[in-house]
Ligand binder design. Structure first.
Ligand SMILES: [Zn+2]
Ligand SMILES: [Zn+2]
Length: 234
């Protein structure tokens, strides 16, 4: 499979949605004692969730974790040059650079395009408005709180991709040689083993099964946790 085809296949089974929101915004007087006139104080809370969607249904949240909650989630950045905040594009770039310093966001391993969308547009609008205002040169600290929710959404194709090709004569748990779903022989047709229980089925039969169910037809073990090896810490 080419790199491109592999990326397309992964895209079909996993979607990432990045949802940044602003919670509040305020301007405070400059932090004179800190030695700079302009600064941004960012409070950023991050939530990451792993969700599973079957066709035509709403996603189920499988796991959820919060990163950077509490006092440790606030960071202050000095701003050397006010002009960096006086146009939309410059301000967006400056905020993006600051957010890229935050460990709670770095832990999400965002792609380039995701970093572009991590900055809530309403924060940029508010900062530019104040930075262009008449009293801007007196100095100020922008304070804002934001929330970033990264949703990783699997679909049922991911279940099939988590299965292993069944090797003829492989020594998993013994099954008889018929597919438990269609009762035809497993020999001569592509067959797979489920990752957690090694029960074997025709690839086509289990693929149809996964359109409606996420468990093994024989032992009823949930296959969904097996599609998540990339996220051991969630
Ligand atoms: Zn079958
Ligand atoms: Zn099973």
């Amino acid at each position: 499979m080419s790199m491109h085809a592999a990326a397309a296949a992964a895209g079909a089974r996993v979607k990432r949605r990045l949802e940044p929101t602003m919670i509040c915004f305020s301007e405070e007087p400059a932090l004179a004692e800190a030695g700079y006139r302009f600064a941004m104080r960012v409070t950023c809370n991050v939530k990451q969730s792993l969700e599973f969607r079957r066709s035509g249904q709403r996603p189920d949240v499988l796991r959820e974790k919060y990163i950077g909650a509490g006092n440790g989630s606030t960071t202050t950045f000095p701003v050397g040059d006010l002009s960096a905040l006086q146009s939309d594009s410059a301000c967006r770039g400056a905020v993006r650079c600051m957010l890229a310093e935050l460990p709670q966001l770095r832990s999400l391993h965002l792609a380039d395009g995701e970093w572009d969308s991590v900055v809530p547009a309403d924060i940029v609008r508010q900062i530019v408005r104040v930075a262009r205002g008449d009293d801007a040169n007196d100095g100020f600290t922008f304070c804002f709180a934001m929330k970033v929710h990264l949703r990783i959404i699997y679909n049922n194709k991911a279940l099939l991709m988590a299965c292993n090709e069944r090797e003829p004569g492989s020594d998993g748990i013994e099954t008889d040689d018929d597919c438990p779903i269609c009762l035809d022989s497993l020999e001569g047709e592509p067959a797979v083993e489920l990752p957690h229980c090694k029960h074997a089925f025709h690839r086509g039969s289990i693929s149809t099964w996964f359109c409606n169910k996420t468990t093994c037809p024989l032992c009823v073990g949930d296959v969904r946790p097996c599609v998540l090896p990339e996220f051991p810490d969630l």
